[in-house]
Design a protein around this ligand. Structure first.
Ligand SMILES: [Cu+2]
Length: 604
């Protein structure tokens, strides 16, 4: 989990880290406001021009925006029930970064976590800019736990009148990750208390008595607090709500920020028009609901066109085959036409759905800017009829099979059997005192570090093909049917095939396949075949976006163009990086693996 992380103080530009060199980090800077000059109307949209590609073409507004993040520990009551938390600028979700397409953004991050009481000795912080590909700035990439939104105003692929901003869908537990983690290692992920919409929900205290049995493992194995039935009978907390004006069309930017839950999102009585997947503009499609998995984002439009004017439920319904939220808890908000009046919709709330754990169909996610993928090399290990590769068949490409395994293993001399996910029989274990970039910069031998799950992609602009095979083997079947939402840093990847075995090689889609940075590896028995171009030198993390799985070793690193990475990074970035590593060493306690509660985590 992300509560104990590598870099003590990280300051970097969101888009280009060399902006850091010329900016003071000593004092808050005023945010520069300029009028938004880019229209979101399709008449001025450049995103359907095949010659204009968002990864390489963007305007330069000449504007730099400054943000000031203080990461600290707090107590919050997002659903009325108080709990110890960690947050940015004191809010859950954290602050949203707003910018126009083509701006530069400088974010100054300060670590104000209390290392005396709550996190004795070690509470370092890193930040991952999810959805920002960070070309050339891998040294400022990291991993994440607390979260906030990023909105970049710019052209969109459909018209709308008002941008309602980010809607963060998350799960929530009344135990902190530290309190829950030992149980989760011993017994697998447990049922969480509830979910939140933009950090809000209601909670019925009477549920506490019933929630205890779902934590019986916790009760049996730990001393601590299982929430006992309270005297209160009042519903606690408050619901997320939106107010809209009849006749207008609105944009919502959906984000699944959950640790271990998957949702079907809908607004009762209103169709959704999906215009982007993980920020990639797609041919619009209209649907009743969108399934969204951890780490994914969808931009959706809806029109307030109901003559009966509601109110209407805004629902994030847990998918019951791949979610674990306490069964009486609901995750819903309310849409009001006109003014908020506090009334409740007439329909019943819904606390789960049997609709399957599947991504939005590949056929629905058609990027507006078409991009094609070269053929899979003939010797790819996942091809059933593979042959030696002959000239002209993309033979310089890299191709890997990633097999997932769940197992119970003893870690670091301990006596308990702990659940660990294995990637090709290795469960990721990194050492914060000696991070990957430092290994490479020292020209140390990657092969010495087998449990870091390195996969090397050596050549310039070579293509990479990765087949994830989720026919889980191993001891225990608690999670054997679990799908995994896979997220790659540093790239948008292409989804070439996705489904349940047996897979048919003729189903591979090379012509303008879906392109995004988070996609579901289905389960049980599922496969996900992705590809990307090695156009961003450096070590890039790929991991399951279920936070517990990330922690239990479901991680790998693709080392892209190793030598070029060493020599091509900005010298200022290397200097900051190396100094940060030096500064961190006293917190690493002699390179001992002490990364969180239990001391057995992947370090991610
Ligand atoms: Cu997973």
């Amino acid at each position: 989990m992300a509560h104990r992380l590598v870099i003590i103080l990280l300051a970097c530009a969101l888009f280009f880290s060399n902006a850091f060199a010329s900016e003071s980090i000593l004092e808050p800077q005023p945010t520069v406001h300029v009028p938004i000059t880019l229209s979101h109307n399709t008449t001025e949209c450049v995103c359907d021009n095949p010659d204009f590609y968002y990864e390489t073409d963007y305007p330069d507004t000449g504007v730099t925006r400054y943000y000031w993040f203080v990461v600290g520990d707090y107590y919050h009551r997002p659903d009325g029930h108080e709990r110890a938390t960690m947050a940015v600028n004191g809010s859950i979700p954290g602050p949203t970064i707003f910018a126009n397409w083509g701006d530069w953004v400088v974010v100054n991050v300060f670590n104000n976590i209390n290392v005396t009481d709550r996190y004795p000795g070690n509470a370092s912080v890193t930040i991952h800019w999810h959805g920002v590909n960070q070309f050339g700035t891998v040294l400022n990439d990291a991993w994440d736990g607390v979260f906030g939104g990023i909105i970049i105003n710019g052209p969109a692929s459909a018209d709308y009148e008002e941008d309602l901003g980010v809607l963060m869908i998350s799960d929530w537990t009344h135990l902190t990750p530290e309190e829950a983690y030992d149980t989760i290692q011993l017994f697998g992920p447990q049922t969480l208390s509830t979910g939140l919409l933009n950090g809000s929900n209601v909670w019925d205290p009477q549920q506490d008595a019933y929630a205890c049995p779902s934590w019986n493992n916790f009760q049996k194995n730990m001393t601590g607090t299982c929430h006992l039935k309270r005297d209160e009978t009042e519903i606690m907390g408050s619901r997320f709500n939106l107010t809209v004006e009849a006749g207008l069309t609105y944009r919502l930017r959906l984000v699944n920020a959950a640790v271990h839950n998957s949702f079907e999102f809908l607004i009762e009585g209103h169709d959704l028009t999906v215009i982007a997947a993980d920020l990639v503009p797609i041919n619009n499609y209209t649907t009743h609901s969108v399934k969204i998995f951890a780490g994914q984002r969808y931009d959706v439009l809806f029109t307030a066109n109901r003559s009966d004017r509601g109110p209407f439920w805004i629902r994030a319904i847990p998918l019951n085959q791949c979610s674990s939220i306490w069964k009486t808890a609901t995750v819903s908000g309310i849409l009001y036409y006109g003014e908020y009046d506090g009334t409740i919709p007439k329909d019943l709330e819904i606390n789960s759905t049997t609709n399957g754990c599947t991504d939005e169909p590949m056929a629905s996610l058609v990027p507006i800017v078409p991009k094609n993928v070269p053929p899979i090399p003939q010797n790819a290990p996942f091809l059933s009829n593979r042959t030696s590769c002959t000239t002209g068949h993309n033979c310089s490409a890299s191709a890997f099979v990633i097999e997932t395994t769940i197992n119970q293993v003893k870690m670091n001399g301990g006596t308990d059997d702990l659940f660990r996910w294995l990637i090709n029989n290795n469960s990721m274990t990194s050492r914060w005192g000696y991070p990957t970039a430092e290994i490479i910069n020292n020209t140390d031998t990657l092969e010495r570090y087998t449990d870091w799950n390195f996969y090397e992609v050596p050549d310039d602009h070579e293509w990479v093909y990765v087949m994830f095979d989720n026919r889980v083997k191993g001891k225990g079947n608690r999670q054997a049917s679990t799908p995994h939402p896979m997220h790659l840093h540093g790239h948008d990847f292409y989804i070439l095939a996705q489904g349940t075995y047996p897979w048919n090689e003729s189903s591979v889609q090379l012509s303008n396949p879906p392109r995004r940075d988070s996609a579901l590896l289905p389960g049980p028995g599922g496969y996900l075949l992705i590809a990307w171009e090695a156009n961003n030198p450096g070590p890039w993390l790929m991991h399951c976006h279920f936070g517990w799985h990330t922690d239990m070793g479901f991680d790998m690193q693709f080392i892209e163009r190793r030598q070029e990475f060493r020599t091509s990074m900005n010298p200022v970035d290397w200097a900051v990086y190396n100094q940060t590593c030096v500064d961190f060493l006293p917190f690493d306690l002699g390179n001992k693996l002490l990364q969180s509660v239990g001391e057995n985590q992947a370090g991610v």
